[in-house]
Design a protein around this ligand. Structure first.
Ligand code: SAH
Length: 252
């Protein structure tokens, strides 16, 4: 870890064949109790979450809570999302296996690992240099070879590798950044939490005839999407102090 300035300012019950690690029981309980019973119905998503070792993505001091029904702190005051949220967002992308997926907000790399099991290639952008480096290293060590983490401001997407078949934003945006729509392939899916600091709506969208058709799935609460087309730290903090004072502050 270093103090370098980041770029942010800009069915059937699943039963595994074997128990490959000491957390396998906790992982199976997570899948059945937190995901399946709450309506996650995609067997592909459930199986992916049964295989990815979430405990490898949380800080050592939280490892015993890795499969608990809540988000957990990671470095840089960020969070690894609650398992249900990861499952719901992943399911909403409706991946069939051959997609190239863009994730904005790599964080620990856990969501990227889940996506990598379900798609051909995952490109994930993270604005905190330390998080980007550690996520890339962790994913490589664990053998997720089809994930590439880039350090930078992902609020404008990652044009170098566009277009994408699916885009997932794992931080709260003030509105859907038009750059992400432009980088989405026709027919592609976009899932993104949009709204104010105190509450957002998880939006599921598809690009049809060049236009985005979107619907709100449910309310949620994420850390801010910072950067050029996200929130500034100041406006996020100010909005938190004065909720309901005004409508969305768009920065673009
Ligand atoms: N998907 C992550 C959790 C994401 S938390 C996981 O599975 O662990 C949201 C992440 O978005 C944080 O790591 C935060 O640093 C990052 N983020 C916020 N604004 C960003 C931006 N403009 N570009 C890239 N990453 C951003």
């Amino acid at each position: 870890m270093n103090g370098r300035k980041s770029e942010c300012e800009g069915s059937t019950e699943a039963v595994p064949d074997a128990l490959p690690d000491s957390f396998a029981g906790a992982r199976l309980a997570m899948v059945n109790e937190q995901l399946r019973k709450r309506g996650i119905s995609s067997e592909r998503v459930l199986n992916a979450m049964l295989t990815v070792p979430r405990h490898e993505f949380v800080p050592a001091e939280f490892r015993d809570q890795a499969y608990a029904d809540k988000p957990l702190p990671i470095a840089e005051s960020q969070t690894i999302s609650q398992p249900y949220m990861v499952a719901a967002m992943t399911q909403a992308l409706e991946l069939s296996g051959n997609e190239r997926v863009l994730e904005i907000g790599a964080g620990s790399g856990y969501q990227a690992a889940v996506l990598s099991v379900l798609a051909r290639e995952v490109i994930s952008v993270e604005c905190h240099t330390n998080l980007a480096l550690s996520a890339q290293e962790r994913l490589a060590d664990l053998g997720y070879a089809n994930v590439h983490v880039h350090n930078g401001d992902g609020s404008a997407g990652f044009p170098d590798a566009a277009p994408y078949d699916a885009i997932l934003v794992t931080a709260a945006a003030p509105a859907i950044p038009v750059a992400l729509v432009n980088q989405l392939r026709e027919g592609g899916a976009l899932v993104i939490p949009v709204g104010r600091p105190e509450v957002q709506e998880l939006m599921q969208a598809r690009k049809e005839n060049g236009e985005l058709k979107s619907r709100a799935l449910f309310d949620c609460q994420f850390v801010p999407l910072l950067g050029r087309y996200g929130w500034s730290r100041e406006s996020w903090q100010e909005d938190l102090r004065q909720p309901g004072r005004r409508s969305l502050r768009k920065r673009f």
